[in-house]
Design a binder for this molecule. Structure first.
Ligand SMILES: C[S@@+](CC[C@H](N)C(=O)[O-])C[C@H]1O[C@@H](n2cnc3c(N)ncnc32)[C@H](O)[C@@H]1O
Length: 331
């Protein structure tokens, strides 16, 4: 489904980077993970987790990690919070943090393992928060990769930084931001199935102001878009000096002069991934095929053409159908 040449291209990209820069190579897309960013990104997720049922561990999956230090930064942030004994750690019982950072490129995963081997070994030997790297094709996982994920069980949080952008950009649907983008749809289906039921949250970080295939995907009951640049002003914790420092920090680490966003997506329990439709809402809430536009008399079945109902959420169909009706100028 994803062009094999694209996958090869990523692997070659990392091969040449590692050759050029050696063992310490670390590359960040969009934004560098700093403390200020971690505050903004992780605290809402951790808050949801800490108010939920007491669990023994918090499992995080990063997809398309590249050679970024994002997962390492989560680990460092967690340790700091633990040392400072913030609200999350004042619950009864310890929480074990386990992070699995993945990418489709074998070269990049091999490189990350070597680069971070002492950190990885530390966490294995001390049963402290742990970080592991593994290859994973998030669009079409292999049987082995699925088996590995099964051993992990479901994930409380799934992150990607620049991942969806890659799929939106590097494909034959490039630039169209098509609402029914098949590669993105399939990665979202996979993410849905890897998220922990009820509490699972997926967060994608991107410079895109809107992502239609994400908006139209029925697997999330709620999507909060946070403008990370604007929210710098509410970054670390009210102290005006800290706020100013965080603003500066965010400004200096933005790699391109653009805004960037976190889309925080909450798992929708009434979504049926096998069918790609919302279980309870679809039948009654999507327009009926026989519904006709009052102005041009087009039937909804004609409007949706060859697209099946399950390719979008009921809400998305209603919105598009309503849009057609209000802008229609008749025949
Ligand atoms: C724009 S880079 C982002 C890297 C990293 N997250 C960062 O922020 O620096 C996109 C990454 O997605 C990976 N990728 C491409 N196709 C993938 C797939 N099907 N499954 C998993 N990762 C994929 C690439 O190898 C690349 O490392």
């Amino acid at each position: 489904m994803q062009n094999p040449r694209t996958l090869q291209l990523w692997d070659s990209f990392y091969q040449s980077k590692v050759q050029e820069e050696g063992e310490s190579h670390e590359e960040e897309w969009i934004i560098r993970p700093t403390d200020a960013l971690m505050h903004q990104l992780l605290l809402p997720c951790f808050a949801q987790f800490s108010s939920g049922p007491t669990a023994a561990h918090l499992d995080i999956l990063e997809i398309g990690c590249g050679t970024s230090s994002f997962s390492k930064s989560i680990l460092a942030f967690w340790k700091k919070q633990e040392q400072e004994n913030t609200a999350l750690f004042q619950r009864t019982g310890p929480i074990e943090l386990r992070i699995l950072a993945t990418d489709v490129s074998k070269t990049c995963i091999y490189h990350n393992k070597r680069r971070d081997c002492s950190l990885i070994l530390d966490t294995i030997s001390s049963s402290l928060p742990s970080l592991q790297y593994a290859t994973l094709n998030a669009v079409e996982p292999t049987a082995e990769e699925l088996q590995m994920l099964e051993q992990w069980g479901s994930f409380d949080l799934v992150f990607d930084k620049g991942g969806l952008d890659t799929f939106l950009f590097r494909s034959r649907y490039r630039g169209s931001d098509r609402a029914d983008h098949p590669v993105v749809h399939s990665i979202l289906q996979n993410i849905f199935s890897w998220l922990r039921p009820v509490t699972g949250i997926y967060t994608t970080i991107t410079p895109r102001v809107k992502i239609k295939p994400l908006r139209n995907f029925g697997g999330f009951s709620q999507i909060d878009r946070r403008n990370l640049s604007a929210e710098a002003s509410t970054a670390p914790l009210g102290d005006p000096n800290a706020v100013a420092a965080a603003k500066l920090e965010l400004k200096s680490v933005q790699l391109k002069p653009v805004e960037f966003f976190a889309y925080i997506c909450y798992r929708n329990e009434s979504f049926n991934p096998a069918e790609g439709i919302e279980l309870d809402a679809q039948q009654e809430l999507a327009p009926l095929d026989s519904d006709a536009c009052q102005k041009c008399k087009t039937k909804f079945s004609e409007f949706r053409g060859s697209l099946c109902l399950g390719s979008k959420s009921a809400k998305a169909w209603r919105r598009e159908w309503k849009g057609h009706q209000s802008h229609c100028k008749g025949c």
